[in-house]
Design a protein around this ligand. Structure first.
Ligand code: IYR
Length: 331
């Protein structure tokens, strides 16, 4: 796979393609980053961007992980003390998950976001941005129903992080795209370049296939789940024998979350998949790529129950090192 294909693999969008092509010409030493609000438990939604970081590391990028403590605080996720404790645990879990520690710079937001120069640049961006634009940027990130002033400042700080961390490529889930578009439009006003961005897809809610998986609503797969919990959750998951399910009774679009997890988590990390089946049901099935697994589910060759059984096994392998780390941290 050439560098451009590896960088853009499984991305929902890149902004812009030309900019990413020019990064791909010589990725060595280029810097890419993702920021995470340290709050709650990590779930596999977070790990989609982590998978991308691992791939970028393979392509030669330097990786910066921002543990966005000030952002979590501004978004009402707890006291600084609570948030910092979570940040320490998060860092260890990312390493357990597979981020190469020697090639990853972990930075706490408060290490640079409280500096005078940062604050003055932030105020300059505040002057350039109207409130409704800041609010719109936060629509899919904001906790609570009514936007606070803190939540309007949040996206401007996220924009500024790109400048202060000196990154060439900003990564985030699709819910971050409006913040990144705001960054592209406003950073030039303080003399910085418009950042290049890559967004990962969102995984649908596990039990309905509608909307996106989140830890606050519906069923999500957490990085702390036991083997048994993983098996139960995957067994109950929505998985019609189709890669393109019909909309639900209210006309809402639905995805097949079981297939999405194979596509975005299992194949990128394991490369191939074996679905074990007793001889009497045709024996094991082996897949080298996502497409062949999805088309077998579509054609009926692969039964959803067998697909789920295999998915639970692979997820357990992905989750196990981080889960072990958490056990050690607690004992
Ligand atoms: N908005 C992110 C957290 C975050 C990301 C980046 I990239 C930053 O520079 C700062 C914060 C979230 O929703 O988790």
């Amino acid at each position: 796979m050439d560098a451009y294909d590896l960088i853009t693999r499984n991305a929902a969008e890149v902004v812009t393609e030309d900019e990413v092509r020019s990064l791909a010409e010589d990725p060595d030493g280029k810097r890419a980053y993702v920021g995470y609000e340290p709050s709650g438990v990590l779930h596999i939604g977070h790990m989609l961007t982590a998978n991308k970081l691992i791939e970028l590391q393979e392509a030669g990028f330097e990786i910066v992980v921002l543990l966005a403590d000030v952002h979590a605080y501004l978004n009402g996720k707890g006291t600084f003390e609570e948030i910092r404790e979570t940040a320490d645990r998060m860092r260890e879990q990312f390493v357990a998950y597979g981020l190469e520690e020697s090639d990853t710079e972990f930075v706490l937001g408060s290490e640079f976001q409280l500096d005078e120069e940062y604050t003055l640049d932030l105020h300059a961006l505040e002057l350039e941005t109207n409130l409704s634009r800041a609010e719109r940027a936060m629509a899919e990130i904001q906790s609570g129903d009514t936007a606070t002033v803190a939540q309007a400042v949040y996206p401007l700080m996220q924009a500024l992080d790109i400048v202060y961390l000196d990154v060439d490529l900003a990564i985030g889930g699709m819910e971050q795209r409006k913040v990144h578009m705001l960054a592209r439009d406003t950073l030039p006003s303080i003399g910085a370049d418009a950042p290049t961005c890559l967004h990962t897809p969102l995984i649908a809610d596990l039990s309905t296939g509608v909307g996106k998986m989140s830890s606050s609503a519906g069923v999500s797969i957490s990085m702390e789940d036991s083997e048994e919990e993983l098996r139960e959750k995957v067994n109950k998951a929505y998985c019609p024998p189709s890669r393109d399910p019909e909309p639900d009774a209210d006309g809402e679009d639905r995805d097949n979350p079981v297939l999405q997890i194979f596509e975005y988590h299992v194949f990128p990390r394991f490369g191939e998949v074996v679905v074990e089946r007793p001889e009497q049901y045709g024996g094991d099935l082996e897949y080298d790529d996502y497409e062949s697994l999805a088309s077998d589910l579509d054609s009926g060759e692969l039964h959803p129950a067998d697909a789920k059984g295999a998915l639970a096994e692979y997820l357990n392998e992905l989750v196990a090192p981080g889960r072990e780390k958490i056990r050690q941290q607690r004992s």
